[in-house]
Design a binder for this molecule. Structure first.
Ligand SMILES: Cc1cc2nc3c(=O)[nH]c(=O)nc-3n(C[C@H](O)[C@H](O)[C@H](O)COP(=O)(O)OP(=O)(O)OC[C@H]3O[C@@H](n4cnc5c(N)ncnc54)[C@H](O)[C@@H]3O)c2cc1C
Length: 458
């Protein structure tokens, strides 16, 4: 379909979240013309940082980012080094609730041995995991089963389950081991033991001169939205069309036509929309459309993010950590609480602290949909018990995500196959983003770069 005439046409990118902007930036740097369409009036997608005049910096969506080497290189290229903020060393502490009390999650082997979070039996089990045999499983299994095989029930309940809530707002019994944690899946195939696999990967990084620990956790002085805003500003003039939803794509012999830009032709189209938006797109000629409608079955549990500001004196806990995660077995109504003003400086006015409470997810679907008047009393009660919070918040902002994070459940292959088949049917169409490439922000950056490479290939 891509004749020489259409090759000189610009490339259309749908979605100006991190995935779309990463693709646009990569292509623009390679000298190609791009036009990015987004239904919203601001760039960034779910990344939403707002500074309020009193000094609160609210992150309604993602709160922090792992600084992988690719993110670090981008920060250098965009001249953002002076705005980069690294999470406070205190953020190394992560709390888990057990029997209604906060306990620190141990990170080093000596801390694990001393920890009162896990029983002696589980501690012995962790050391036995080192001898787990190498295996290639004939088929995907629930993440919970995979993890239990290696580490036993207690670590599943008090480590993996809250961790999965923190990342996916999901349920490890329904998530796919192969898709949700591909590194663990591969680690088992190559090393048997996941601990051995960790050690081998740290060694390989050291051999390449890279730091072997986890990447630093970062943000920016004015929040994560700095990254998409700066990427957008680095694009040539007239590359962005905001407030411009696309609902139909038609391939023709002269290139792609989009319903929102009928007089123009595009050499290629990159789709970086979330699954529910992909499901509604019409692709192809009116008589023979390619349907992505089945992507509507990808589960995205609703999550409410409540950003709450308190007077410092009204919170008894030192807030010396990243935050608290709540295992589902504790049967409490929250998913987790982030200690924003500990993580990064200048998130709250002097003498105040900022917390972000996550409610809902796969566990508490009903509570997520309720108005703030119904949620606040529940949240206040929980914060009083867990963190010794007294009195009302002096600042509150609620953001409700009806479709927060795509769940990579068992059977995820079927959704990936729908994407692959659409690309095969329509040369010049490329699809990427959290549904396919991983949900974290570094994965979205790589997804955009992958899409740009695919569009550059002839
Ligand atoms: C509440 C929440 C907290 C998170 N926390 C973290 C975190 O702390 N760290 C982390 O690394 N990741 C986190 N994530 C995940 C991460 O933020 C997302 O995976 C990532 O930002 C997705 O970027 P994207 O560009 O692929 O998609 P999106 O940001 O969803 O952007 C897609 C864009 O497409 C646009 N669009 C939709 N339909 C159309 C249409 N028909 N035509 C044109 N445009 C359209 C939308 O307006 C949107 O701007 C979080 C996600 C959520 C929801």
């Amino acid at each position: 379909m891509l004749g020489s005439a259409s090759d000189s046409s610009p490339i259309a990118i749908l979605g100006a979240g991190l995935t779309g902007l990463s693709a646009a930036y990569t292509l623009a740097r390679a000298g190609l013309r791009v036009v990015v369409f987004d239904a919203a009036t601001e760039v960034g997608g779910v990344i939403r940082s707002t500074r309020h005049s009193e000094g609160w910096l609210v992150e309604a969506g993602p709160n922090s980012l792992q600084e992988t080497p690719a993110i670090s290189a981008l920060i250098g290229e965009l001249g953002l080094a002076s705005e980069r903020q690294q999470a406070s060393p205190a953020a190394k502490n992560r709390y888990i609730v057990r029997d209604g009390r906060l306990r620190a999650l141990p990170f080093s082997p000596p801390a694990f041995l001393r920890s009162n979070l896990f029983s002696l039996r589980t501690k012995a089990r962790l050391f036995r995991e080192y001898f787990h045999p190498r295996q290639t499983r004939p088929q995907d299994v629930p993440l919970a089963d995979f993890f239990r095989d290696h580490f036993g029930q207690e670590l599943l309940v008090y480590a993996l389950d809250p961790f999965v809530s923190g990342i996916y707002a999901g349920d490890p019994r329904r998530l796919s081991a192969r898709h949700a944690f591909p590194a663990l899946w591969k680690g088992e195939q190559e090393h048997g033991s996941l601990i051995k696999s960790q050690i081998a990967s740290a060694r390989a990084k050291r051999a390449k001169g890279e730091p072997s620990g986890p990447p630093p956790i970062i943000s920016f002085t004015e929040g994560l939205a700095t990254l998409p805003r700066t990427l957008a500003a680095a694009l040539p003039a007239r590359s962005l069309r905001l407030g411009c939803a696309v609902s139909r794509l038609t391939p023709t012999s002269e290139g792609w036509i989009l319903d929102s830009a009928p007089g123009e032709r595009f050499a290629r189209v990159l789709l970086t929309l979330p699954a529910p938006a992909l499901a509604r797109l019409e692709i192809g000629a009116p008589g023979a459309p390619t349907s992505l409608a089945s992507l509507d079955h990808v589960e995205h549990p609703a999550v409410t993010s409540l950003f709450l500001g308190y007077k410092r004196a009204d919170v008894a806990h030192p807030l010396d950590g990243f935050g608290v995660l709540l295992p589902s077995v504790e049967k409490r109504p929250l998913l987790g609480v982030l200690f924003n003003s500990t993580l990064f400086p200048a998130r709250a006015p002097e003498g105040h602290v900022a917390l972000t409470v996550m409610v809902g997810g796969a566990r508490h679907r009903e509570l997520a949909g309720q108005p703030i008047e119904a949620q606040l009393p529940v949240v206040q009660r929980e914060l009083a018990t867990l963190l010794g919070v007294r009195g009302d918040p002096v600042f509150a902002q609620r953001t409700h995500w009806t479709h927060a994070i795509p769940q990579y459940q068992l059977g995820h292959d079927a959704h990936l196959e729908v994407l692959r088949a659409a690309e095969e049917r329509h040369p010049g169409l490329h699809i990427g983003g959290p549904l396919r490439d991983g949900i974290g922000l570094p994965a979205c950056l790589s997804a955009g770069q992958r899409l740009a490479r695919a569009a550059l290939e002839r």
